[in-house]
Design a protein around this ligand. Structure first.
Ligand code: GCV
Length: 648
């Protein structure tokens, strides 16, 4: 019999994030919401997962859900509406999450460093007492967005994470996060049976190895009954995997999935693979995974980065999303700004995320977007569960993310995972109102800055389809000339830009690497033709003569220079906008953002100076007169070597 619990006029007590961290930036307010509501938990309600219903006017407001967590989400939604001044009248709201599993991926190492983390050390404090209050704050922030899962450790996982000692600590963290509806997951190292368990191999077809995973899963679930499952990076960037034993990705994923299945755990198996031998890194995930379509267990999802290479400022969507109709797929985005100026640049990432999710793959004709596929709409019978992942930008800094505005991308990831249809503008508005103020003199100009910031970064870093022309290892500044003797060719910028006297760009057409044919028609032909390829992806798909005439009537070379210039101009405007906002923001936050914008502008000029002069040596063409000329000589820029690690 269904249990219906009704608690009438239950005050909405949603504690905002405590200020014990010294942080006063979070989108959750400390204020006790004034709205009161009745609450009903009714498992028989026709609602998906932890969805909720909010009805009634201010005097008879009601939140209904099937689960306690659904009610919690409803309360947060109501609090948000109140903060946004939208909770006054009669409400009739019904919300269900777009994805069942909305997961942050922390790339945190057991020594407390964070790979590509720019906001301080790991919030898990692996070797100190568990920071209970901070983790509660983290749980509240995530619950307020509907984020319901977290992978605690780096995908470059050490076997030690599965040791008893670490598992007990993971169980403590899971206990803290449970009331916020967050499940804990772990990244695992494929060779754990040998490296940690002392077995002779980690071959997925070896019965002893399979037993080891079964026993390990039982051990974990005894400690953490609602443990979410494993994330696996295998046979990628030097990590072990099933191919080390002549087995396939499906052999490896299914072995682990079988161990987790009795406990309802899942495997998120990453498709981020590329070997130095292949002529085009963009083809490799498809080459390895497409032939395995339909071979994965029901509790396996293939986790695919938004683009085919690696979280670049702009990439086309990964064609793999349209190539595996019999397999559960999930998108992975990077919230942390590895390739977008770390926590120094103001880049609001929802437009980048949305660009991928809204992309039509055409795998079932028009209208089969990446979002449709991964939310299970296109192939409902295949998707037993759905999931989406974002690589976290969270660390120990008082403001959590290192840049006041970097929080907005965490916020946006959560809101998008809950509702893929929300617009970048709606989400940014919400975040601004809650984080700063609702005054339109502040919101409108700052909103415009946020909404244009991703395109500005593309323009001053890698316009028109340029990609991966970053400095060696740390990926902060420009180094299109980078040459490291003995390095893998596909880790060097020249592999990607292929500049020569004739032109620039990677020929991925049918007469090049053939990548355009990884897409369904009409995309395949559209990308394949120089005439129809969108200019924003031109150098991604084509090797283009410097004097190629662009839609503006100007040459490619001129347009490259113009785009860099445009990027700088945008950041100059952001600085002016922010100067005028002093009266709306407390001095500490205002100054922090001001100082970072100064760095951003200087970096934008650095990018322009480096790229325009370096590529100018190939084009042999002058920087057009109507844009600003480079300021610092190339030789000086080539000497810049930043002592930055790939972790904090
Ligand atoms: C966790 C890129 C990053 C690596 C990251 C890797 C991945 O290569 O530079 O730091 O490693 O992606 O996503 O696995």
């Amino acid at each position: 019999m269904n249990k219906v619990i009704t608690i009438l006029l239950y005050a909405i007590v949603i504690v905002g994030c405590s200020r014990s961290t010294g942080n006063d930036l979070l989108w959750l307010s400390d204020k006790d919401p004034s709205v009161k509501a009745g609450v009903m938990i009714d498992p028989s309600l026709d609602l998906k997962n932890d969805g909720f219903i909010i009805t009634g006017g201010p005097k008879d407001r009601m939140i209904k859900a099937r689960t306690e967590i659904g009610v919690l989400y409803g309360k947060y939604a109501l609090q948000r509406l109140e903060t946004l001044d939208k909770a006054g009248g009669n409400l009739d709201i019904r919300e269900e999450p777009s994805y069942e599993r909305r997961i942050l991926n922390h790339w945190d190492n057991l020594d407390n460093t964070v790979e590509r983390g720019y906001a301080g050390w790991s919030i898990w404090h692996w070797d100190e007492p568990v920071p209970v209050e901070r983790i509660k704050d983290y749980g509240r922030l995530n619950a307020s967005l509907g984020i319901n899962g977290t992978v605690l450790n780096n995908v470059n996982a050490t076997p030690e994470i599965l040791s008893r000692e670490k598992l007990e600590r993971v169980a403590e963290i899971a206990d803290i996060l449970r009331p916020y509806g967050m499940k804990v997951y772990l990244s695992v190292n494929f060779s754990s049976p040998a490296a940690l368990g002392g077995l002779d191999s980690s071959d997925p077809l070896d019965p002893e190895v399979r037993r080891w995973w079964v026993d390990k899963a039982s051990e974990i679930y005894a400690l953490i009954p609602d443990f979410g499952g494993f994330l696996v990076k295998a046979n990628s960037e030097g990590l072990p995997g099933p191919q080390d034993y002549g087995r396939s990705h499906s052999d490896g994923a299914n072995m682990i999935a079988d161990a987790l299945a009795p406990h309802n755990g899942i495997v998120m198996w990453r498709a981020f693979v590329y070997s130095p031998q292949s002529p085009d890194r963009a083809n490799q995930a498809s080459e390895e995974f497409k032939p395995l379509d339909g071979e994965f267990r029901d509790n396996v999802l293939i986790q695919i980065k938004n683009g085919p290479i690696d979280f670049q400022p702009r990439e086309p969507f990964s064609p793999l999303f349209g190539q595996m109709p019999h397999t559960q797929l999930m998108p992975e985005f990077q919230i942390t700004q590895e390739y977008l100026g770390f926590s120094n640049h103001l880049v609001y990432l929802h437009p980048l995320f949305k660009e991928c999710l809204d992309s039509d793959t055409f795998c079932e004709g028009p209208g089969s977007t990446v979002a449709d596929i991964t939310t299970g709409k296109t192939y409902p019978s295949i998707y037993k569960t759905t999931a989406i992942a974002g690589v976290a930008n969270i660390g120990r800094d008082a403001n959590w993310c290192g840049h006041e505005f970097a929080q907005s991308s965490w916020y946006a990831f959560g809101r998008m995972a809950w509702n893929v249809n929300l617009s970048s503008e709606d989400i940014a508005r919400e975040w601004l109102h809650q984080t700063f103020t609702a005054e339109s003199e502040f919101v409108e100009p700052v909103l415009s800055m946020m909404l244009t910031s991703r395109e500005a970064a593309v323009n001053y870093m890698m316009p028109l389809g340029f990609h991966h022309i970053f400095a060696w290892t740390h990926h902060y500044g420009p180094e299109p000339w980078c040459d490291v003797p003995g390095a893998r060719e596909d880790w060097l910028p020249r592999y990607y830009h292929k500049a020569d006297q004739d032109g620039v760009g990677f020929d991925r057409t049918r007469s090049g690497s053939g990548n355009t044919d990884h897409y369904h028609e009409p995309l395949s032909s559209m990308y394949n033709s120089l005439e129809t390829c969108p200019e924003e992806l031109l150098l991604w798909f084509h090797h283009v003569p410097w004097n190629h005439q662009m839609s503006s009537g100007r040459s490619l070379w001129d347009e490259i220079c113009l785009h860099y210039d445009r990027g700088i101009r945008a950041v100059e405007e952001y600085r002016k906008t922010w100067e005028a906002m002093q009266g709306y923001v407390d001095p500490q936050r205002w100054e922090a953002v001001r100082a970072k914008l100064e760095i951003q502008e200087s970096d934008a000029r650095w990018w322009r100076d480096a790229c325009v002069q370096y590529f100018g040596e190939f084009s042999g063409m002058p920087v057009p007169q109507d844009v600003a000329q480079p300021e610092r000589p190339l030789e000086e820029l080539k000497k810049i070597k930043l002592d930055m690690k790939h972790h904090n």
